[in-house]
Design a binder for this molecule. Sequence first.
Ligand SMILES: Nc1nc2c(ncn2[C@@H]2O[C@H](COP(=O)(O)OP(=O)(O)OP(=O)(O)O)[C@@H](O)[C@H]2O)c(=O)[nH]1
Ligand SMILES: [Mg+2]
Length: 312
Amino acid sequence: MDKLVERALAGDRRSIARLVSEVERKDPGSAALMKQIYPHTGRAHTIGITGSPGAGKSTLTSRLISELRENGKRVGVIAVDPSSPYTGGAILGDRLRMQDHALDDGVFIRSMGSRGNLGGLSGATHEAALILDACGYDIVIVETVGVGQSEVDVVKISDTVCLILVPGMGDDVQIMKAGIMEIADVFVVNKADRGGAEKVAADVKVMLDLIPERAWRPPVSLSSAEKNSGMEDILANIESHRKYLTDTEGGRNRILSKIEAEVEEVLRRYLFERVEDVWRGERDTGILNRIENRETDPYTVAAGLIERIVVR
Ligand SMILES: Nc1nc2c(ncn2[C@@H]2O[C@H](COP(=O)(O)OP(=O)(O)OP(=O)(O)O)[C@@H](O)[C@H]2O)c(=O)[nH]1
Ligand SMILES: [Mg+2]
Protein backbone atom coordinates (compact mmCIF):
# COMPACT_ATOMS: atom_id res chain seq x y z
CA MET A 1 0.00 0.00 0.00
CA ASP A 2 1.07 3.55 -0.71
CA LYS A 3 2.80 5.08 2.35
CA LEU A 4 0.69 8.22 2.17
CA VAL A 5 -2.53 6.20 2.17
CA GLU A 6 -1.26 4.08 5.03
CA ARG A 7 -0.48 7.10 7.19
CA ALA A 8 -3.80 8.76 6.32
CA LEU A 9 -5.79 5.63 7.20
CA ALA A 10 -3.94 5.57 10.51
CA GLY A 11 -5.37 9.04 11.15
CA ASP A 12 -2.39 11.27 10.40
CA ARG A 13 -3.96 14.63 9.64
CA ARG A 14 -1.20 15.97 7.41
CA SER A 15 -1.37 12.86 5.25
CA ILE A 16 -5.15 13.17 5.02
CA ALA A 17 -4.76 16.78 3.92
CA ARG A 18 -2.14 15.79 1.32
CA LEU A 19 -4.37 13.05 -0.05
CA VAL A 20 -7.23 15.50 -0.46
CA SER A 21 -4.88 17.90 -2.25
CA GLU A 22 -3.80 15.18 -4.64
CA VAL A 23 -7.35 14.34 -5.66
CA GLU A 24 -8.17 18.03 -5.86
CA ARG A 25 -5.29 18.61 -8.28
CA LYS A 26 -6.41 15.49 -10.14
CA ASP A 27 -2.86 14.16 -10.01
CA PRO A 28 -2.34 11.27 -12.42
CA GLY A 29 -1.83 8.87 -9.53
CA SER A 30 -5.00 9.89 -7.71
CA ALA A 31 -7.13 7.09 -9.17
CA ALA A 32 -4.64 4.56 -7.83
CA LEU A 33 -4.86 6.21 -4.41
CA MET A 34 -8.66 6.15 -4.47
CA LYS A 35 -8.62 2.44 -5.29
CA GLN A 36 -6.77 1.87 -2.04
CA ILE A 37 -9.06 4.20 -0.12
CA TYR A 38 -12.38 2.85 -1.35
CA PRO A 39 -12.42 -0.49 0.51
CA HIS A 40 -12.19 1.45 3.78
CA THR A 41 -15.19 3.66 3.02
CA GLY A 42 -18.87 3.10 3.68
CA ARG A 43 -18.78 3.62 7.42
CA ALA A 44 -19.37 7.36 7.65
CA HIS A 45 -22.70 9.08 7.34
CA THR A 46 -22.34 11.88 4.79
CA ILE A 47 -24.56 14.88 5.30
CA GLY A 48 -24.99 17.50 2.58
CA ILE A 49 -25.88 20.93 3.93
CA THR A 50 -27.18 23.25 1.27
CA GLY A 51 -29.19 26.46 1.07
CA SER A 52 -29.10 30.05 -0.13
CA PRO A 53 -25.99 32.19 0.43
CA GLY A 54 -25.98 33.49 3.98
CA ALA A 55 -28.67 31.10 5.23
CA GLY A 56 -26.41 30.18 8.15
CA LYS A 57 -25.00 26.92 6.83
CA SER A 58 -21.53 27.42 8.30
CA THR A 59 -22.79 28.68 11.65
CA LEU A 60 -25.14 25.72 11.84
CA THR A 61 -22.41 23.30 10.79
CA SER A 62 -20.19 24.60 13.56
CA ARG A 63 -22.99 24.04 16.11
CA LEU A 64 -23.67 20.56 14.80
CA ILE A 65 -19.97 19.75 15.11
CA SER A 66 -20.03 20.73 18.80
CA GLU A 67 -23.08 18.58 19.41
CA LEU A 68 -21.62 15.61 17.54
CA ARG A 69 -18.31 15.94 19.40
CA GLU A 70 -20.21 15.76 22.69
CA ASN A 71 -21.66 12.48 21.44
CA GLY A 72 -18.12 11.26 20.79
CA LYS A 73 -18.31 11.40 17.00
CA ARG A 74 -15.37 12.37 14.83
CA VAL A 75 -16.44 14.92 12.24
CA GLY A 76 -15.02 15.80 8.82
CA VAL A 77 -16.23 18.91 7.01
CA ILE A 78 -15.81 19.94 3.38
CA ALA A 79 -16.90 23.49 2.63
CA VAL A 80 -17.38 23.98 -1.08
CA ASP A 81 -16.89 27.47 -2.44
CA PRO A 82 -18.37 27.74 -5.92
CA SER A 83 -16.68 31.01 -6.85
CA SER A 84 -13.01 30.33 -6.46
CA PRO A 85 -10.77 27.28 -6.60
CA TYR A 86 -8.67 27.92 -3.53
CA THR A 87 -9.31 31.20 -1.75
CA GLY A 88 -12.11 33.66 -1.37
CA GLY A 89 -14.40 35.49 0.98
CA ALA A 90 -16.74 32.61 1.60
CA ILE A 91 -13.93 30.32 2.61
CA LEU A 92 -12.58 32.93 4.95
CA GLY A 93 -16.04 33.32 6.48
CA ASP A 94 -16.46 29.57 6.81
CA ARG A 95 -13.07 29.27 8.43
CA LEU A 96 -13.89 31.96 10.95
CA ARG A 97 -17.22 30.44 11.85
CA MET A 98 -15.73 27.01 12.31
CA GLN A 99 -12.58 28.24 14.03
CA ASP A 100 -13.81 27.02 17.42
CA HIS A 101 -12.91 23.54 16.25
CA ALA A 102 -9.49 24.34 14.82
CA LEU A 103 -7.62 22.75 17.71
CA ASP A 104 -9.87 19.72 18.06
CA ASP A 105 -8.15 16.58 16.79
CA GLY A 106 -11.51 14.90 16.18
CA VAL A 107 -12.53 17.54 13.64
CA PHE A 108 -11.11 17.97 10.14
CA ILE A 109 -12.21 20.99 8.11
CA ARG A 110 -11.31 21.54 4.50
CA SER A 111 -12.39 24.13 1.94
CA MET A 112 -12.53 23.23 -1.73
CA GLY A 113 -13.39 25.00 -4.95
CA SER A 114 -15.89 23.76 -7.46
CA ARG A 115 -14.94 26.00 -10.36
CA GLY A 116 -14.51 24.31 -13.69
CA ASN A 117 -17.46 22.05 -13.08
CA LEU A 118 -20.26 24.15 -14.54
CA GLY A 119 -21.16 25.36 -11.08
CA GLY A 120 -21.58 21.82 -9.80
CA LEU A 121 -19.54 19.88 -7.34
CA SER A 122 -16.32 18.49 -8.66
CA GLY A 123 -15.52 14.82 -8.55
CA ALA A 124 -12.81 15.82 -6.11
CA THR A 125 -15.43 16.86 -3.54
CA HIS A 126 -16.82 13.38 -3.58
CA GLU A 127 -13.36 11.87 -3.34
CA ALA A 128 -12.49 14.11 -0.41
CA ALA A 129 -15.64 12.89 1.34
CA LEU A 130 -14.59 9.29 0.68
CA ILE A 131 -11.11 9.98 2.07
CA LEU A 132 -12.53 11.42 5.30
CA ASP A 133 -14.86 8.44 5.57
CA ALA A 134 -11.96 5.99 5.15
CA CYS A 135 -9.79 7.90 7.61
CA GLY A 136 -12.21 7.38 10.47
CA TYR A 137 -14.52 10.38 10.54
CA ASP A 138 -17.94 9.10 11.62
CA ILE A 139 -19.82 12.03 10.16
CA VAL A 140 -18.79 13.88 7.00
CA ILE A 141 -20.52 17.19 6.37
CA VAL A 142 -20.39 18.77 2.91
CA GLU A 143 -21.46 22.42 2.90
CA THR A 144 -22.47 23.77 -0.52
CA VAL A 145 -24.13 27.00 -1.50
CA GLY A 146 -27.40 26.26 -3.18
CA VAL A 147 -26.76 27.77 -6.56
CA GLY A 148 -27.51 25.93 -9.76
CA GLN A 149 -26.04 22.53 -10.22
CA SER A 150 -24.29 22.13 -6.89
CA GLU A 151 -27.47 21.56 -4.93
CA VAL A 152 -28.47 18.81 -7.32
CA ASP A 153 -25.00 17.29 -7.22
CA VAL A 154 -24.96 17.26 -3.45
CA VAL A 155 -27.57 14.49 -3.58
CA LYS A 156 -25.12 12.28 -5.41
CA ILE A 157 -22.53 12.43 -2.68
CA SER A 158 -24.68 12.70 0.46
CA ASP A 159 -26.55 10.07 2.39
CA THR A 160 -28.74 12.75 3.84
CA VAL A 161 -29.39 16.15 2.27
CA CYS A 162 -30.27 18.90 4.70
CA LEU A 163 -31.79 22.02 3.14
CA ILE A 164 -31.46 25.24 5.12
CA LEU A 165 -34.17 27.85 4.56
CA VAL A 166 -34.57 31.21 6.22
CA PRO A 167 -37.57 33.47 6.72
CA GLY A 168 -37.97 36.54 4.58
CA MET A 169 -36.18 35.40 1.47
CA GLY A 170 -39.16 34.29 -0.58
CA ASP A 171 -37.84 30.79 -0.20
CA ASP A 172 -41.23 29.21 -0.85
CA VAL A 173 -41.06 30.40 -4.43
CA GLN A 174 -37.39 29.46 -4.77
CA ILE A 175 -38.00 25.94 -3.57
CA MET A 176 -40.75 25.32 -6.05
CA LYS A 177 -38.72 26.73 -8.91
CA ALA A 178 -35.60 24.73 -8.32
CA GLY A 179 -37.43 21.50 -7.63
CA ILE A 180 -35.52 21.37 -4.41
CA MET A 181 -38.37 19.75 -2.57
CA GLU A 182 -37.34 16.56 -4.31
CA ILE A 183 -33.76 16.53 -3.09
CA ALA A 184 -34.11 17.49 0.57
CA ASP A 185 -34.31 14.70 3.14
CA VAL A 186 -34.41 17.03 6.11
CA PHE A 187 -35.60 20.65 6.14
CA VAL A 188 -34.29 23.26 8.53
CA VAL A 189 -35.76 26.73 8.87
CA ASN A 190 -32.86 28.63 10.41
CA LYS A 191 -32.82 32.13 11.94
CA ALA A 192 -35.96 31.22 13.85
CA ASP A 193 -34.94 33.93 16.32
CA ARG A 194 -36.35 36.28 13.69
CA GLY A 195 -40.01 36.43 12.79
CA GLY A 196 -41.63 34.35 10.08
CA ALA A 197 -39.91 31.00 10.61
CA GLU A 198 -43.13 29.13 11.55
CA LYS A 199 -44.77 30.44 8.41
CA VAL A 200 -41.92 29.10 6.25
CA ALA A 201 -42.09 25.73 8.03
CA ALA A 202 -45.86 25.57 7.47
CA ASP A 203 -45.41 26.44 3.79
CA VAL A 204 -42.86 23.68 3.38
CA LYS A 205 -45.22 21.17 4.96
CA VAL A 206 -48.02 22.23 2.62
CA MET A 207 -45.70 21.75 -0.34
CA LEU A 208 -44.63 18.35 0.96
CA ASP A 209 -48.31 17.37 1.02
CA LEU A 210 -48.45 18.04 -2.71
CA ILE A 211 -45.77 15.49 -3.47
CA PRO A 212 -47.24 12.04 -4.12
CA GLU A 213 -46.87 9.42 -1.41
CA ARG A 214 -43.26 8.42 -0.86
CA ALA A 215 -41.44 6.23 1.58
CA TRP A 216 -39.64 9.02 3.41
CA ARG A 217 -41.41 12.20 4.35
CA PRO A 218 -38.82 14.88 5.13
CA PRO A 219 -39.22 16.35 8.60
CA VAL A 220 -39.02 20.11 9.13
CA SER A 221 -37.13 21.65 12.06
CA LEU A 222 -36.77 25.20 13.29
CA SER A 223 -33.38 26.38 14.46
CA SER A 224 -31.34 29.33 15.46
CA ALA A 225 -27.73 28.57 14.77
CA GLU A 226 -26.85 31.94 16.27
CA LYS A 227 -28.52 31.10 19.58
CA ASN A 228 -27.62 27.42 19.39
CA SER A 229 -31.17 26.11 19.49
CA GLY A 230 -32.71 23.28 17.53
CA MET A 231 -29.50 21.29 17.01
CA GLU A 232 -30.66 18.16 18.84
CA ASP A 233 -33.82 18.05 16.79
CA ILE A 234 -31.90 18.37 13.52
CA LEU A 235 -29.52 15.59 14.51
CA ALA A 236 -32.42 13.36 15.56
CA ASN A 237 -34.03 13.88 12.15
CA ILE A 238 -30.77 13.09 10.38
CA GLU A 239 -30.42 9.94 12.47
CA SER A 240 -33.98 8.86 11.57
CA HIS A 241 -33.13 9.31 7.93
CA ARG A 242 -29.99 7.21 8.38
CA LYS A 243 -32.14 4.43 9.85
CA TYR A 244 -34.55 4.75 6.95
CA LEU A 245 -31.66 4.28 4.52
CA THR A 246 -30.31 1.15 6.14
CA ASP A 247 -33.53 -0.47 7.33
CA THR A 248 -36.03 -0.08 4.50
CA GLU A 249 -36.24 -1.16 0.89
CA GLY A 250 -36.72 2.42 -0.31
CA GLY A 251 -33.63 3.44 1.60
CA ARG A 252 -31.55 0.56 0.25
CA ASN A 253 -32.56 1.55 -3.29
CA ARG A 254 -31.47 5.07 -2.59
CA ILE A 255 -28.05 3.79 -1.50
CA LEU A 256 -27.72 1.76 -4.69
CA SER A 257 -28.68 4.68 -6.90
CA LYS A 258 -26.02 6.73 -5.16
CA ILE A 259 -23.47 4.05 -6.03
CA GLU A 260 -24.75 4.05 -9.60
CA ALA A 261 -24.19 7.82 -9.82
CA GLU A 262 -20.72 7.28 -8.41
CA VAL A 263 -19.77 4.76 -11.10
CA GLU A 264 -21.23 6.95 -13.84
CA GLU A 265 -19.25 9.94 -12.60
CA VAL A 266 -15.96 8.04 -12.60
CA LEU A 267 -16.74 6.47 -15.96
CA ARG A 268 -17.46 9.85 -17.52
CA ARG A 269 -14.30 11.32 -16.07
CA TYR A 270 -12.11 8.42 -17.21
CA LEU A 271 -13.50 8.61 -20.72
CA PHE A 272 -13.09 12.35 -20.87
CA GLU A 273 -9.49 12.17 -19.71
CA ARG A 274 -8.63 9.45 -22.20
CA VAL A 275 -10.26 11.32 -25.06
CA GLU A 276 -8.27 14.41 -24.11
CA ASP A 277 -5.06 12.37 -23.98
CA VAL A 278 -5.53 10.81 -27.38
CA TRP A 279 -6.64 14.07 -28.95
CA ARG A 280 -3.66 15.94 -27.52
CA GLY A 281 -1.36 13.45 -29.20
CA GLU A 282 -3.17 13.72 -32.51
CA ARG A 283 -3.94 17.42 -32.79
CA ASP A 284 -0.55 18.52 -34.09
CA THR A 285 -0.01 15.75 -36.60
CA GLY A 286 -1.44 17.82 -39.45
CA ILE A 287 -4.92 16.44 -38.96
CA LEU A 288 -6.43 19.93 -38.85
CA ASN A 289 -4.99 20.70 -42.30
CA ARG A 290 -6.26 17.43 -43.67
CA ILE A 291 -9.75 18.30 -42.46
CA GLU A 292 -9.37 21.78 -43.93
CA ASN A 293 -8.47 20.22 -47.29
CA ARG A 294 -11.44 17.89 -46.93
CA GLU A 295 -9.24 14.80 -47.06
CA THR A 296 -11.09 13.68 -43.95
CA ASP A 297 -13.76 15.07 -41.63
CA PRO A 298 -14.31 15.59 -37.87
CA TYR A 299 -16.71 12.65 -37.71
CA THR A 300 -14.27 10.13 -39.15
CA VAL A 301 -11.47 11.52 -36.99
CA ALA A 302 -13.57 11.34 -33.81
CA ALA A 303 -14.75 7.79 -34.53
CA GLY A 304 -11.14 6.73 -35.19
CA LEU A 305 -9.94 8.22 -31.92
CA ILE A 306 -12.70 6.55 -29.94
CA GLU A 307 -11.79 3.22 -31.48
CA ARG A 308 -8.19 3.66 -30.36
CA ILE A 309 -9.32 4.36 -26.80
CA VAL A 310 -11.42 1.21 -26.73
CA VAL A 311 -8.65 -0.97 -28.21
CA ARG A 312 -6.05 0.26 -25.70
N1 LIG B 1 -30.26 36.01 13.37
C1 LIG B 1 -29.58 34.94 13.01
N2 LIG B 1 -28.48 35.07 12.27
C2 LIG B 1 -27.81 33.96 11.92
C3 LIG B 1 -28.24 32.65 12.29
N3 LIG B 1 -27.39 31.75 11.78
C4 LIG B 1 -26.45 32.46 11.08
N4 LIG B 1 -26.70 33.78 11.18
C5 LIG B 1 -25.90 34.88 10.58
O1 LIG B 1 -26.05 34.86 9.18
C6 LIG B 1 -24.84 35.25 8.54
C7 LIG B 1 -24.39 34.18 7.55
O2 LIG B 1 -24.04 33.01 8.27
P1 LIG B 1 -23.15 31.85 7.63
O3 LIG B 1 -23.14 30.75 8.62
O4 LIG B 1 -21.87 32.37 7.11
O5 LIG B 1 -24.06 31.46 6.39
P2 LIG B 1 -23.69 30.51 5.16
O6 LIG B 1 -24.99 29.94 4.71
O7 LIG B 1 -22.61 29.57 5.54
O8 LIG B 1 -23.15 31.55 4.10
P3 LIG B 1 -22.35 31.23 2.75
O9 LIG B 1 -21.42 30.09 3.02
O10 LIG B 1 -21.64 32.52 2.45
O11 LIG B 1 -23.41 30.91 1.73
C8 LIG B 1 -23.83 35.51 9.65
O12 LIG B 1 -23.79 36.86 9.92
C9 LIG B 1 -24.41 34.72 10.81
O13 LIG B 1 -24.01 35.24 12.05
C10 LIG B 1 -29.42 32.55 13.10
O14 LIG B 1 -29.86 31.48 13.49
N5 LIG B 1 -30.03 33.71 13.42
MG1 LIG C 1 -20.78 29.12 4.60
